[in-house]
Design a protein around this ligand. Structure first.
Ligand code: ZN
Length: 635
């Protein structure tokens, strides 16, 4: 996902012609679920996949908007390692009410199984331990979710674009799948799934699986996901949503009033897919669609396979923020195809994805734009790393005792991408691209640890050229804080004139009206505004605002950067917009820095609390947890 940046952040595919079976007809999954490279110890799961492993999941739910719960069952098909005779299956749950558990040797004859639910840990939830006979190959759990399930967000009609119907969407990464499905909620366990979902008749359900735009709107939907995925990629959304095709294998789902605008914004989806395939190998998930969610989605995007979930805040009208879609698409290789085995290996998902994202942008939109994005990325990293303890500046981060949602920063994203860029620079692009393709092929549909990656890197790149390998301090990159002295420093010729303009205007040598900004892209504007940070005299902001109407900027990234500057400078004409911005979307990338900037002064803190009091109920639980801490929320 854009587990976003600038924040303790969080994480995020689609379909093609004749995609997915919406029927519930029996069909064998195509690729065989591959074993993970190893059973790495996952401190964020109670489960015991080394003894018995879930291989397939059959889900059946009623979506009850009035009670804000899912009620139904999950049937899990089990596999034991050769010779294994495990009689205890341990699953992860959080706030689930378990009604009944059964086991079966063949999926036909079911017998009641005994189970126990362990104490509830604030981070991990409760272990569900099920006694199963040695010959049991399936377990079926009847259960319902809690209205406060951390992975489900239930929106009231006013929180949607259409304002007529409620909306439900899920966010499973990192460890929220357990709040809506009893599972081995560890990224090293991969399974295929099928689902049957019953909804109010006028609404549509979509999942990270085959979605059929032609399915009748009858409140009864069937899904099949034939490729094995980890639990954090199971996703569901229900609402008044429609579809617009972009190419035979790509399209957009969104509320009816948003769908055409989204299709225009994402009209380069097919070009991005082709660019990615030319670089990294075949796209293995059949379809790629994007679901644009209502504005309370806490992330930029979440790479749910076949159906990326995305924030509407990237609909800028000029495609300037579509890097986020390139990012989620890149996850179809990095993350979804080759997956981090535990959350401390998260940089394998995100560092690779940011690197791939920039390569896709370079191909589709050119070197100039990719270069600017790399510079802005480095700025984000340096700014954030300066405030992080050393232990959190490490790619192979220790998350023991911590919620993975709190541990994520720009480090796995931007530092991870810089590491790969360093390898590219030392070994040459052609050779590194060959290595990458080999890596994705070798580990396809597997979950791997940092150690697995290093071993593969040594065998397939470093050991072939010891002279070149000596230039890349692999251990320092992965296990040490900060950046190695030889780390790449992305530069952009396009941004140098912007810096000069910022300095000239700041010093009063140029008037705002004379700034060469008419042709500036979003990236140039962001760079300009960042160069003015942290604060300016109010009159200076007023001059800029008069010339460029920044308080009214429709582009969410520019608005965010401007509002940060406005808060720090005490520029009160921007405050009504600040309140509208903070009460109209719930993207944590924007909420976190803005609230943080506000609480730096007593007046700002009062303003933050007044705005948050209105906005809190409209934010996602993940965003609420973040902002509660910033403003010191006590109800
Ligand atoms: Zn990501």
């Amino acid at each position: 996902m854009r587990y976003e940046r600038l924040a303790a952040v969080t994480l995020t595919c689609l379909a093609a012609t004749g995609c997915g079976e919406r029927s519930t007809a029996t069909k064998e999954p195509s690729p065989t679920p591959a074993a993970s490279a190893a059973s790495a110890r996952d401190v964020h799961s109670y489960s015991n996949p080394a003894e018995v492993r879930v291989r397939r999941v059959d889900l059946d739910w009623d979506v009850l908007f009035d009670k804000k719960i899912l009620r139904g069952s999950a049937a899990l098909s089990l596999e034991r390692p050769a010779g294994g005779r495990a009689t205890s299956l341990v699953l992860d749950t959080r706030d689930l009410t378990i009604e009944k558990v059964e086991s079966s040797p063949d999926g036909a004859a079911w017998a009641v199984a005994s189970f126990s639910l362990g104490p509830s840990d604030p981070i991990l939830g409760s272990a569900l331990t099920i006694r199963v006979p040695e010959n049991a190959t399936q377990v079926r759990i009847a259960y319902e979710t809690s209205p406060k399930a951390s992975g489900l967000q239930w929106l009231e009609p006013p929180q949607t674009a259409g304002r007529k119907d409620p909306f439900l969407f899920t966010q499973s990464q990192a460890i929220h799948a357990r709040s809506w499905i009893p599972l081995q909620d560890s990224p090293q366990v991969r399974f295929t799934y099928r689902a049957r979902v019953r909804t109010p008749k006028n609404l549509v359900a979509v999942m990270s699986a085959g979605n059929d735009p032609e399915a009748p709107r009858d409140g009864d939907y069937g899904f099949e996901m034939p490729q094995p995925i980890p639990s954090y990629l199971v996703a569901l959304a229900v609402g008044d949503i429609g579809f617009a095709p972009i190419s035979p294998r790509a399209g957009v789902w969104a509320e009816p009033s948003v769908v055409d605008r989204a299709a225009r914004e994402f009209s380069d989806l097919e070009s991005m897919l082709r660019a990615a395939e030319e670089l990294f190998g075949k796209y293995r998930w059949e379809r790629y669609d994007v679901l644009v969610l209502p504005p309370s989605f806490p992330f930029g995007g979440m790479e749910n396979p076949r159906l990326t979930f995305a924030t509407p805040t990237i609909l800028a009208g000029d495609k300037s923020l579509v890097a986020l879609v390139a990012h989620e698409l890149a996850h179809s290789w990095a993350g979804n195809l080759v997956t981090n085995a535990t959350w401390r290996d998260f940089w394998l998902n995100e560092g690779f994805t940011v690197y791939l994202e920039r390569r896709i942008i370079e191909r589709v939109y050119g070197v100039r734009r990719a270069g600017m994005e790399a510079v802005l990325g480095l700025q984000d990293l340096e700014k954030e790393m300066a405030g992080l303890p050393e232990k959190d500046q490490i790619l192979h981060v220790d998350l023991g005792g911590r919620d993975p949602d709190d541990g994520f920063t720009d480090v796995p994203y931007e530092k991870g991408a810089l590491f790969l860029r360093h390898l590219e620079e030392v070994f040459g692009r052609q050779r590194f691209d060959r290595f990458l393709r080999g890596y994705f092929d070798h580990f396809a549909f597997r979950s791997i640890t940092t150690e697995d990656f290093v071993q593969y890197l040594r065998a397939n790149l470093l050991d072939e050229s010891p002279g070149l390998a000596g230039k890349v301090p692999v251990d320092e990159w992965i296990e040490k804080a900060g950046l190695p002295a030889t780390a790449p420093r992305p530069k952009s010729d396009a941004l140098a004139p912007v810096e000069a303009a910022a300095a000239g205007w700041r010093e009063g040598k140029i008037r705002a009206a004379d700034l060469p900004a008419q042709d500036w892209s979003t990236h140039e504007w962001l760079h300009f505004l960042r160069a003015l940070a942290p604060a300016l005299p109010k009159e200076k902001l007023a001059e800029l605002d008069t010339a460029f109407r920044l308080t009214d900027a429709g582009n969410s990234e520019i608005a965010n950067q401007w509002l940060l500057l406005a808060i720090a400078s005490g520029y009160d004409p921007a405050y009504p917009r600040l309140e509208r911005f903070l009460t109209s979307m719930g993207r944590r990338k924007f909420l976190k820095p803005l609230y943080e900037e506000l609480v730096k002064t007593p007046e700002g803190k009062t303003r933050a609390l007044a705005i948050y009091r209105k906005a809190r109920a409209t934010y996602h639980p993940i965003a609420v947890a973040t902002v509660d801490k910033i403003v010191g929320w006590s109800g």
